[in-house]
Design a protein around this ligand. Structure first.
Ligand SMILES: [Ca+2]
Length: 229
């Protein structure tokens, strides 16, 4: 029985070491932004053509039908890429391997209102158009106005907490592209500004859990030994 306090003390002394071993990296915050040349494109183009608007490319939509153009914020898909690679904390974020918060902010302009509200059933998600289709953030109808009159506003959400995006999958998608995170917005607003703030955090490494297991083994053996004696 005398050995018991000694074994417990050893475990207590080892605990901070094991916790330290499970935190090899520190949390980091990285930010990337995309800017439009014009909040409202002054010269829309034929619906068969793309329109490059600063960091945003508004895609052609020939299927939209007669009367449609690219750049009027009606029935069109916008693509851009968030580039985190030059952020000062990018290397620290890479060492973490996991995203715990993904705060996406937009400034949007639309003239497409139904029953006085918009944007109408718009959605945004991370994708390069062929892969990485994450759960989409359905933009709430946060603007009010009348059809044909432009209105502008800003909106923001956390894709992890509120949209259900998996933080490890999002991290892997970005890291595998050298810090580039492609995005898409559709389809009844002009994206004037977009910003994504990623907060990363360390995930416990398998090695740390192994150390934890190995650290407890002698303790269990000792306690068993005491009982047998
Ligand atoms: Ca259009």
């Amino acid at each position: 029985m005398k050995n018991r306090p000694t074994a417990s003390t050893a475990a207590l002394l080892a605990l901070p070491l094991m916790l330290t071993a499970s935190l090899p990296a520190q949390a980091a915050t990285i930010v990337a932004s995309a800017f439009a040349a014009q909040a409202i494109p002054s010269a829309p183009v034929d619906a068969s053509l793309n329109l490059v608007n600063g960091d945003f490319t508004i895609l052609a939509n020939p299927a939209a039908g007669p009367g449609h153009v690219t750049g009027d914020g009606v029935d069109e898909t916008t693509r851009w890429t968030f580039d985190f690679s030059s952020h000062p904390e990018y290397a620290a974020a890479l060492a973490d391997g996991h995203i715990v918060e993904a705060r996406l902010s937009f400034r949007l302009a639309t003239q497409f209102f139904i029953a006085g509200v918009g944007p109408w059933t718009d959605i945004t998600f991370a994708t390069d158009g062929t892969s990485g289709v994450f759960p989409g953030w359905v933009i709430p109808e946060f603007l009010s106005g009348t059809l044909g009159t432009w209105q502008m506003g800003s909106i923001s959400t956390d894709l992890i907490a509120n949209v259900g995006v998996n933080g490890t999958e999002l991290f892997n998608y970005m890291a595998s592209r050298g810090g580039q995170l492609p995005f898409q917005y559709g389809d009844d607003a002009v994206v004037g500004f977009a910003q994504l703030t990623l907060v990363t955090a360390p995930v416990p490494e398998p090695a740390a859990w192994m150390m934890l297991g190995l650290g407890l083994l002698p303790l269990a053996w000792r306690r068993g030994g005491v009982k047998a004696a």
